[in-house]
Design a protein. Structure first.
Length: 484
């Protein structure tokens, strides 16, 4: 089948996905007609910017197409200038092969494809169980930032996808966000730039960032300072908290690369884009009918909620429907945040902070005007036994059980650091999957601002958790010594 032929105007109607491969017909600045073979969509900001892996004049390239006629030329030139500035300073960035305005208000940049490369994000995920590999990656990134700062540059958007890693070199991408200061940045701006990058990582890796900080100091030609390290650590913590709260209050509810979001007069829907499928869309359209027609079994049937396991595309998911008990309850509670939305937020809060829970997939809220009605929260299905069943299983060694006790201690400690109470720490809400505890049933989980309320609620969590072991003296002793 021959590749499709598209124009720039066709690209302007592309959402976050498009069928590839296709031939892009373009008219260059000098009036020459040309064709770009686009093989893979790498990044998309619909209507603004698309990045493709492509083929141009028998060479593999990354093609960055700026689409908005009002800003394309400005944004394209900023990218070109940033790339040229880094290259002139001897900082590694992909070679720019072509740049120029197109006849229909777009702007095109073509960069050399870097073979055998991955983003820093991919490299970091691959090294998650390799502490030495993590040390090497962070040391290499410190040297990259030092080269920027020594040359008088600040990358204003230093997220993990903007650095391309090979065995020998780390390349800087998205050069439109390079700010040329004309001189090395002062201490505060340089450390804040580092903090912006490292804040994306889990706090579990802060020790790697701290231990390797002398590499940055050495590359900057400065002596290591405990005071500067303390400032960096404080900035990382502050940045991390701010960026995660922004993520939880904004990004998980809006249309973006990660999520599909639809808002109607009587419904609000958001779901993960990487789970988009015909079965998912069928469920979203008629969730009640889908549950009835595709039900495997109920986990719970109650007045306040119904929990069921369903199958989408041969994969199991858990659907929790939050019911309205009666009209009076609907009016009285309909102005509040739905429990499905609370669960959606809390699941993302746990995951970005390194606490295991079922991956959130879909949120649906039905409304009558401003009043919330029935809502749905869908997660991946996590197989495993609950923590009480795990401890009752004689086939599991005592050593493994003691290891799990320590993992539960760490989980409680993280919840404490995050100012979170769970609200219902019964055994059935902690599922053990591959010997790891996964915290479930999150609609009662709260983040507290007042310390005395936090302490009272967390003590209630500990008391409820220990109640699970009233008939198991050995487990009670292990957990009591750990949590009290």
């Amino acid at each position: 089948m021959a590749d499709a032929h598209l124009t720039i105007n066709d690209l302007r109607s592309i959402d976050h996905e498009c069928a590839v491969p296709f031939e892009l017909s373009i008219i260059l600045q000098d009036g020459t007609r040309a064709s770009l073979s686009c093989n893979k969509l790498v990044r998309a900001i619909p209507g603004r910017r698309l990045v493709f892996q492509a083929r141009w004049q028998d060479q593999d390239v990354f093609a960055k197409v700026f689409l908005d006629p009002a800003s394309a030329s400005r944004d394209g030139k900023r990218e070109r200038q940033g790339s040229a500035a880094l290259s002139q300073a001897g900082i590694d960035t992909p070679a720019l092969l072509y740049s120029g305005a197109l006849s229909d208000g777009a702007y095109l940049l073509l960069f050399a494809l870097i073979p055998d490369s991955v983003t820093f994000q991919q490299a970091w995920l691959e090294s998650v169980h390799n502490k030495q590999g993590q040390h090497m990656l962070v040391e290499r990134m410190y040297r990259v930032f030092a080269s920027h700062h020594n040359a008088g540059f600040l990358h204003q958007d230093p997220h993990q996808k903007n650095f391309l890693v090979t065995d020998d070199v780390i390349y800087t991408l998205d050069c439109a966000d390079i700010e040329n200061l004309g001189a090395p940045p002062g201490r505060t701006r340089a450390l804040d730039n580092l903090a912006t990058f490292f804040a994306i990582m889990h706090a579990d890796t802060d020790d790697v960032v701290a231990v390797t900080f002398p590499v940055y100091c050495d590359a900057r030609g400065k002596s290591f300072s405990d005071i500067e390290l303390s400032i960096l650590q404080s900035m990382v913590a502050s940045r991390r908290l701010r960026s995660r709260e922004q993520y939880l209050s904004g990004k998980i509810f809006r249309e973006c690369t990660e999520f599909v979001s639809k808002k109607y007069r009587s419904r609000y829907i958001v779901y993960r884009r990487d789970n988009d499928s015909g079965a998912i869309r069928s469920f979203i359209e008629t969730p009640e009918q889908y549950i009835e027609n595709h039900l495997n079994r109920y986990l719970k049937q109650g007045r306040s909620s119904t929990v069921a396991i369903v199958r989408f595309d041969e994969k199991l998911f858990v659907v929790k429907r939050y019911n309205i008990k009666n009209l009076w309850k609907g009016v009285a509670h309909g102005w509040r945040r739905t429990r499905a939305r609370q669960s959606w937020i809390n699941a993302h809060r746990l995951l970005i902070n390194g606490i295991k829970t079922a991956k959130p997939i879909i949120l649906i809220e039905n409304k009558f005007g401003p009043i919330n009605l029935t809502s749905y929260f869908v997660t991946e299905y996590i197989p495993g036994s609950n923590i009480q069943q795990y401890f009752q299983n004689s086939a599991i060694s005592r050593d493994k059980k003691i290891q799990l006790v320590n993992k539960i201690r760490i989980m409680f400690s993280k919840l404490n650091e995050l100012n979170i109470s769970h609200g219902d720490m019964k055994a059935s809400n902690i599922i053990i999957n591959n010997d790891e505890p996964c915290l479930m049933d999150l609609d009662s989980m709260r983040k507290h601002r007042l310390n005395y309320i936090l302490q009272r609620r967390q003590q209630k969590d500990r008391t409820r958790f220990l109640k699970n072991w009233e008939d198991d003296k050995d487990a009670m002793t292990l957990f009591s010594d750990t949590l009290l």
